[in-house]
Design a protein around this ligand. Sequence first.
Ligand code: ADP
Ligand code: MG
Length: 698
Amino acid sequence: MNKEKVTEMFGSLVFNEEVMKQRLSATCYKAWKKCVDEGTPLSLEHAHEMAAEMKNWAMDRGATHFTHWFQPMTGVTAEKHDSFIAPEGSSKVLMAFSGKELVRGEPDASSFPSGGLRATFEARGYTAWDPTSFAFIKDGSLCIPTIFCSYSGQALDKKTPLLRSQEELSRQAVRVLRLFGDTDVKKVISQVGPEQEYFLIDKDVYDQREDLILTGRTLFGAKPPKGQELEDHYFGSIKPRVAAYMKDLDEELWKLGILAKTKHNEVAPAQHELAPIYAGANTACDHNQLTMEIMKKVAARHNLVCLLHEKPFAGVNGSGKHDNWSISTDTGMNLFRPGSTPSQNARFLLFLAAFIKGVDEYQDLLRCTVANPGNDHRLGAQEAPPAILSIFLGDELTAIVDSIIHDTSYVEQGKKSLSIGIDALPAIPQDTTDRNRTSPLAFTGNKFEFRMLGSSQSISGPNTALNTIMAEELNQFADELESAADFTAALHGLVKKVLTDHQRIIFNGNGYEEAWVQEAERRGLSNLTCTADALKTYLQPRHIELFRKHHVFTEEELTARNEIHLENYCQVIGIEARTMTDMVKREIFPAVSKFSGEIASSVAAKKTVLAGLDCSDEENLLQRLCSLSAEMMRQTTALEQALTAPKGADAYEAAHYYRYTIFEIMGKLRAVVDELETITAAKAWPYPSYTELLFSVK
Ligand code: ADP
Ligand code: MG
């Protein structure tokens, strides 16, 4: 494709700032700009103009419908389409779209999870336009990004808290910047670049796997003779069918203004990655939701299936999402970029200290934001960061931090120790160390890479938490420094104290080693190994207070979310367990039984012809098949009984039960079935094998 075509295509389905400038009156455009920059509401008159122009623009591009596009707690996006038609007279229609329809919607929302926030008698939920995120056209509909809340204004979605946290982070960061004499910055925005991993498999093979269809992952499957051990897939040449998919995907994303940039093969066979160029957190989150949706749609066009589950295949790496996070000002400064003057360095060290303190103090909360049943298979399993939060700073920055803590000189012996705000730091070269890929939160020169996210999850939760935690720490710092008589001295003292108190969270070593688990325990760091355990810490009073104080969640909203997460966890494991018993009883057991019968008949037949023939190989196999099959049925019965047994008095006990009773039996059942697969004739086995699944795309 030529260069002109790409630039022409990029953003062609987005009602973006360029389009607004061209189509709106100057006053309307200015009003929108003010609304975005300063939060002033748009008048109804301007909303009408905006709506009319959006409609005309969308209709010029073939759209006939509009929808408020929102992100309920299901983790996927939702839309309810209305056509633009409005009656005119008794027999005509005209195409209309009013300011009111743009600004507010009222989907019947009784079936979206609310965690008890919305009683069924007031089933209505409201959607409200998010003017900071551009409208776009998808499948012939004008999609308007909106927040989704209850009648009384409680957030029922993933966008509202993210927006609230952005505002608060901005407020507190601007306070801190004023202390450094900065009077230009009006706004601070967190920037996010989510790297998205996924698997691509052939649809014909997928269609034969009940587990993939119902749960997104394989619940059974013996290890293939070849997995990822040769590492020949990682960054390897891309197969033609995959390349065609990626090209198509890029084009669809570009049309939607999504800056899809990097694509490559990942470690596991059939695994790939897509990374966009970073954007403001709100846009990045919208775009990541859209990306996941489009990835699946485009796959279908190529007779492929895109798996976003965190662990589709046991024994090969699962998929995650790396959330690259930084904060920058509306004047274009990245606050995590080490500078070259004493003042820039002081500012950098202050923001760094705030981040380190925040992560140490809110380890559990950050852990909760990446807790889901799929991710439980990855965190701590030597393929993704451990479940223990820590920060990687690299050797250079760690040396600087150490010199601040111990008042020792940083570079040359004999040079005086570093005084923050007075001395310039030596330049901190980017990426001097070998990239540490085992760290959950790595400093990579001018941003932090939060590597614990699951591939299927919305990035809203983790970024909401990062923003809010950062806001809280900056708030504390600003309070202290604003009242200091000697700013530079107070700043030095504060950074030194914070780094000293929170140095335990810094770890540059190998996070996959067992030694780190023990070391982390000695340091008193949390190690919440599964969702059931992590969520027990979610509603700690300090978490409730953090979110309440910064107007991100009320206690009710947070409680509701916790409820939804716990319930989802139990449901997911429940569905997986029932799928397993179904597969065993209706396919695997009958198949093994038939295969055993064939061996028995064959032995009997051979012995009739040749009495006394040695059939011990077949007899041993038959023996093994029968005993494994019996064990399989015992575990299946145990699983069924566990599924019908009472699960405990509350949601926490239920989650615990699903994790430590049901999930354990699932593991035992799988082990038996996988062994059976290895001794059953390939033709007799009812499901495509791992080899067929992982190497299906040529
Ligand atoms: P790697 O695989 O080495 O981690 P990638 O290039 O695949 O690197 O992804 C890095 C991601 O980080 C990209 O999405 C990129 O846009 C994003 N990124 C780069 N700089 C920043 C920044 N200052 N803030 C947030 N994200 C950033
Ligand atoms: Mg990365």
